[in-house]
Ligand binder design. Structure first.
Ligand SMILES: [Zn+2]
Length: 275
């Protein structure tokens, strides 16, 4: 009884307190859970706004952002550098082409008179190919005419069965061929002269360019020689292996080697051959 009276009293006079407790419980149940994680440090937040605020303070997140910026910046710079290089290469290529064009024109005009040409390997072959091309073009028409001029005669030749007629036709064909060949040769001669002068220009050139690998080996060899000198105080003889060996043995065995004694110890005769 007393207990019920107490509850009744409580509900009647303390209802604001009860209401407050109920509201707090409901609010607690409805309050969102910490579900949104920070991708950097994996702390969790109830709201996006909270996460956003955290980002400003999260050092791991900030470092990550800075790192990403740095990488992007680096990539951008590399890309710029690459493009600059590309432009430079293209520009150089263009200039080379221009220079060659000029030189080539000059050559075509003056190859007979002027003597001191300087060609790179590339330029030389370009000119050589151009001569071939011009030669082919200059004689192309004559070659075609030659074929046409003898076409009918060949037809006759296939048809005839008489040997004397055959001989006559063959003679005619030979005559025509000869006439055309003479003309063609005449034209070709001029180009051959040009070719000869071109080859004269470059016969003593040394276009050999050592590869990167060869250059490196050479450098390593030079370094090794320096090291050898530092360690032994001796000069390395580039083209005298025997001397190198001899001096090395001297280093190992001391100044004086009594070879006779060596042979004696080994029980060998002095004229023994090591092979
Ligand atoms: Zn964080």
């Amino acid at each position: 009884m007393i207990f019920l009276a107490f509850i009744a009293f409580f509900l009647i006079f303390m209802w604001p307190l009860v209401l407050a407790i109920v509201i707090i419980i409901i609010a607690w149940l409805l309050w969102p859970e910490c579900k949104i994680p920070c991708t950097a440090c994996s702390r969790k937040f109830r709201t996006n706004a909270g996460l956003k605020k955290h980002f400003e303070k999260c050092t791991i997140y900030q470092n990550r952002v800075r790192e990403i910026h740095r990488i992007q910046e680096e990539r951008r710079r590399e890309e710029e550098e690459r493009q600059r290089e590309q432009c430079k290469r293209e520009e150089e290529e263009r200039q080379r082409e221009e220079k060659f064009c000029k030189k080539h024109k000059e050559w075509k005009k003056n190859w007979r008179n002027e003597k001191n040409w300087e060609f790179t390997e590339e330029e030389f072959w370009k000119i050589q190919n151009d001569i071939d091309e011009r030669k082919d073009n200059a004689t192309k028409d004559l070659e075609e005419e030659k074929v046409k001029a003898t076409e009918k005669l060949y037809e006759k030749l296939w048809k005839t069965t008489s040997e004397s007629v055959e001989d006559r036709i063959n003679d005619k064909i030979d005559d025509i061929d000869e006439k055309f060949d003479e003309k063609i040769e005449e034209i070709e001669e001029e180009f051959e002269e040009e070719e000869e002068i071109l080859w004269d220009q470059v016969w003593d050139y040394d276009w050999y360019e050592p590869s990167e690998k060869e250059k490196q080996s050479k450098q390593k060899y030079e370094e090794a020689k320096q090291n050898y000198k530092k360690k032994t105080g001796r000069q390395w003889h580039d083209d005298d292996w025997e001397k190198n060996w001899y001096e090395t043995f001297e280093d190992l065995l001391g100044e004086k080697i009594n070879l006779d004694e060596c042979y004696n110890i080994l029980g060998l005769s002095k004229d023994v051959e090591f092979s």
